[in-house]
Design a protein around this ligand. Structure first.
Ligand code: SF4
Ligand code: SF4
Ligand code: SF4
Ligand code: FES
Length: 453
């Protein structure tokens, strides 16, 4: 039996699982002239596009090099030093996220020397991180926790009173570097004591969203994430898109809904219904409760990004006013009456057939909203054509977009869009006529800003 969840259909027999998308560490590369490079990693040969990082080439082979500052929707940064590798014939231990592949090189990702370095790096991180994993909202979904496990960290030689995370030292001295939680944003919180200063949030705000609301302020142990002019998130330029929250490998930036309800246990892929960009999301849930919306990397329109509406304004999914069952009423003055689907469909069919019988075949038509999905538009036109026997079917998109359609037809010979959103990445000229993409179609607006930078 199929069941509606949000906009998504799932089968009750389908296993309910949390969809985990693989993180390749660095973005995919599209090499000029499709040039490829063949190399060897841990004794296995791999061929990848020229310019690919060693980390991504390893991930292609299923070898996941430990990492903290790298993620595949941000440019490599090379700050955490956890992803070090050895390359035969080269000195040192280069970072695999910032080192591109080269023909014929032989890379080692795991040996005693690398394991020792990684453990040492993790020891330093953990010495300045609260040890409250069991009561932390990100428990089970924390890359710092995962990496401590991956490198086999068992002890920390430097103690656990690192600079930032303790409110007071054991001797009772107040720690001036400790910063309180910032709860100003309605959708997510910022807990500086958990921050590892990996800059993923700062880079997400710049590279993915294009808002530049964040920076790393200070030097050395005083380095910290600062929103705006070191103010709270709500007062800064932040537009609450959540890209920084998604990028954060710790619980420093985390959705308030996850803090309140805990970790989700299954997810369903669905489409945002707010605007025409049509972003794809993983709706992450506990039972029927939506815990958070995570933009889907595989979504062609958004490729893992979203705006505040799609990510955080999901309260409607379980709002008490949401109509979940069919209802009918004889007259507008009657109260609504909940009925079964069979009764509702039979009632509507009878009434519509009666209208056709009295006023003729052409008296019924269907119009769909531009906010409906392609599938819904298709179903409506099938119903009008097959069940009512006429072609009185239209969509509001044709009315409001007819000048665009006309213009496109005249210039390109096709009245539909001739490009996908991604093509803006390669545009030299972008003409915006009578539109405000940042407000109306924010995810596409972010793509445009990325190209303009
Ligand atoms: S929510 Fe979006 S705009 Fe705000 S700081 Fe994070 S990435 Fe930047
Ligand atoms: S808030 Fe998260 S993403 Fe940003 S620097 Fe700290 S740990 Fe990294
Ligand atoms: S841009 Fe925002 S509102 Fe539009 S589909 Fe994407 S998440 Fe939804
Ligand atoms: S993941 Fe390469 S340096 Fe951090």
């Amino acid at each position: 039996m199929n069941k509606m969840r949000g906009n998504a259909m799932t089968s009750e027999t389908e296993a309910l699982t949390l969809i985990k998308e693989k993180d390749y560490g660095t973005p995919a590369v599209h090499a000029l002239n499709n040039k490829t490079v063949t190399l060897e990693i841990d004794g296995r040969e791999v061929t990848v596009p020229e310019g690919t990082s060693i980390m991504r080439a390893a991930a292609d082979l299923g070898i996941m090099v430990p990492k903290l500052c790298a993620t595949d929707h941000l440019d490599p940064f090379g700050s955490c030093r956890l992803c070090l590798v050895e390359i035969e014939g080269r000195r040192g231990t280069p970072a695999s996220c910032t080192t591109p592949v080269a023909p014929g090189i032989k890379v080692t990702t795991q040996n005693d020397r690398l394991a020792k370095i990684r453990k040492g790096v993790m020891e330093l991180y953990i010495s300045d991180h609260p040890l409250d994993c069991l009561t932390c909202a990100a428990n089970g979904d924390c890359e710092l926790q995962d990496m401590a496990g991956a490198v086999g960290l068992r002890e920390v030689r430097y103690g656990y009173e690192g600079s930032n995370h303790v409110f007071a030292r054991q001797n009772g001295e107040k720690n001036d570097m400790w910063q309180p939680k910032d709860l100003s944003n309605p959708y997510f919180q910022f807990e500086p004591s958990k921050c590892i200063v990996c800059s993923r949030c700062v880079r997400a705000c710049e590279e993915v969203q294009g808002t530049f609301a964040l920076t790393i302020d200070g030097r050395g142990f005083a380095s910290h994430v600062s929103a705006g002019m070191d103010e709270d998130f709500l007062k800064s330029e932040c537009v609450s898109c959540g890209a920084c929250v998604q990028a954060c490998p710790t619980a420093t930036l985390i959705e308030k809904s996850v803090v309140e309800h805990g970790q989700p246990e299954h997810s369903v892929v669905t489409t945002c219904a707010y605007c025409g960009v049509g972003c794809s999301f993983k709706t992450e849930m506990q039972g029927e409760r939506v815990v958070r919306m995570v933009p889907y990397k595989d979504g062609g329109a958004n490729e893992g990004h979203s705006c505040v509406k799609g990510r955080f304004a999901f309260g409607y999914a379980t709002h008490k006013d949401r109509v979940l069952n069919p209802m009918i009423r004889e007259k507008i003055t009657d109260p609504w009456r909940e009925v079964t689907w069979d009764e509702a469909i039979a009632y509507a069919a009878d009434r519509l057939k009666a209208v056709q019988a009295k006023y003729g075949k052409g008296s019924i038509g269907g119009i769909t909203s531009s906010r409906t999905t392609n599938e819904e538009v298709y179903v409506v036109q099938r119903m009008i054509r097959a069940a009512f026997g006429n072609n009185n079917v239209d969509t509001c998109a044709r009315v409001c977009h007819s000048p665009t359609g006309y213009g496109l037809k005249q210039t390109f010979g096709e009245s539909a869009g001739t490009q996908d959103f991604k093509s803006v990445d390669k545009s030299d000229v972008i003409m915006v006529v009578g539109a405000n993409p940042t407000d109306a179609h924010p995810v596409f607006g972010s793509r445009m800003k990325k190209r303009l930078r």
